[in-house]
Design a protein around this ligand. Structure first.
Ligand code: PMP
Length: 391
């Protein structure tokens, strides 16, 4: 039977990591893989997480099973950070732990399908796994343009997508630090989106995978809170893998907010059944470490400081790129007002290949770069290489 399977191509970005590792040119620059890097090119474990892990080693009483919902202390401790004042305490908001933000996106969309969804409206380009998850669930992707030519969000495209949608549709929105464009909605735009969603039968799913890497923990939650404050139903897919640096520990959470505590309970019971059938229960360690951080004032302060340093470095690199203004035909100015780790450069596949072959600069074939791969020491090299290939 297995003979019937066709060969699949490997994930392009994961393949790029291998090529980068095999390159022995000392000046090589990795702008491919989506992890944060310090000015020294490292992706260290947060000191706050190390502190929490030490406590877990000493104090954790058991590793016995928890259940499909995972560590509810972790899920609850995140709520004020994500939902702020929009978090109701009356049972309308509930959630569960998931294997990473990916698990949360999968769960949210599988649940929407169970509730009758047929199509997922999605700004494009998006994180490639969004479309893969949607099609794996045999839902239809309905793409609309996410970013306009001026480097800002394409609100006209979103308005028209929502205008044409019906009660079998889901809209998948990035809460902040859009991957791959870095183009986020402004607060005014979020207010408009929340108003449109309040009058629409479309179910919003908000994917918040980079909270705190844009303008700040509170600022980056503006859109989610604006929507949560206006609509009857919203699903949230959350990742702690970037803002706590836990990538391989797979730390995520899924939340549901409805207008009625009984409805929320019903939704969560379906989510638990789906989780049980998919992964049974999420891995515990990373979520437990986040819980320990969030339950302790000093560790929380330390984590927020470490996160602020990451955000500051990303902003510094963006400013420096923007101040270079142009690299050949590439306008770098919009990168200064875009948010998060990613940006899309208007380069074609041949130019990406030339950057790799001639300059040891590695980036995704789509032209996406991870700005955290740049440092004050290599930005000038990058800008002149880009100017040369995109003359
Ligand atoms: N959503 C978006 C937009 C992402 O960029 C990512 C990570 N690349 C995820 C979700 C999933 O994150 P995780 O690693 O926690 O599964």
């Amino acid at each position: 039977m297995l003979q019937r399977l066709e060969q699949q191509s490997p994930d392009a970005l994961l393949a790029l990591i291998k090529l980068y590792n095999a390159d022995d040119r000392p000046s090589k620059i990795d702008l491919g893989v989506g992890v944060y890097r310090t000015a020294d090119g490292a992706t260290p474990v947060f000191a706050a997480i190390k502190g929490a892990e030490r406590r877990l080693v000493d104090d954790q009483p058991s590793k016995a099973y928890l259940g499909p919902e995972g560590d509810m202390g972790f899920v609850t401790a995140l709520v004020p950070h994500i939902f702020g004042d929009t978090a109701p305490a009356d049972g309308r908001l509930d959630g569960m732990q998931t294997p990473g933000g990916t698990g949360a996106v999968r769960l949210a969309l599988a649940l929407a399908k169970r509730a009758g969804a047929r199509r997922v409206l999605m700004g494009t380009p998006s994180w490639p796994n969004h479309a893969q998850i949607v099609s794996d669930l045999e839902l239809e992707v309905v793409g609309f343009s996410h970013a306009a030519d001026n480097g800002r969000a394409d609100m006209a495209a979103l308005r028209s997508a929502l205008g044409d949608a019906d009660e079998k549709d889901v809209v998948l929105l990035h809460g902040c630090c859009h991957n791959p464009t870095g183009v986020d909605y402004t607060n005014d735009e979020w207010d408009e989106i929340a108003g449109l969603l309040a009058q629409s039968p479309v179910l919003p799913v908000i994917d918040l995978a980079y909270q705190g890497l844009g303008d700040g923990m509170e600022e980056d939650a503006y859109g989610l809170r604006a929507v949560a404050g206006r609509v009857d139903e919203v699903l949230v897919a959350y990742s702690c893998d970037k803002n706590f640096g836990l990538y391989r520990d797979r730390v995520g959470a899924f939340y549901v907010l409805t207008g009625d505590p009984a409805a929320t309970t019903r939704v969560v019971s379906n989510a638990a059944a789906l989780a049980r059938a998919n992964w049974s229960m999420p891995p515990d360690h990373g979520g437990a470490a986040v819980r320990v951080v969030l339950d302790d004032e000093a560790l929380t302060a330390q984590w927020l400081e470490e996160l602020a340093a990451m955000r500051g470095r990303i902003a510094q690199v963006r400013e420096r790129l923007a101040s270079a203004n142009h690299a050949g035909a590439v306008d770098l100015e919009p990168l200064g007002r875009q948010k998060g780790m990613f940006a899309m450069l208007p380069v074609n596949k041949e130019q990406v290949q030339m950057l790799r072959d001639d300059h040891a600069i590695y980036m995704a074939g789509s032209g996406r770069i991870n700005v955290a791969g740049l440092t004050m020491g290599n930005i000038d090299t990058f800008v002149s290489a880009l100017a040369e290939v995109a003359a």
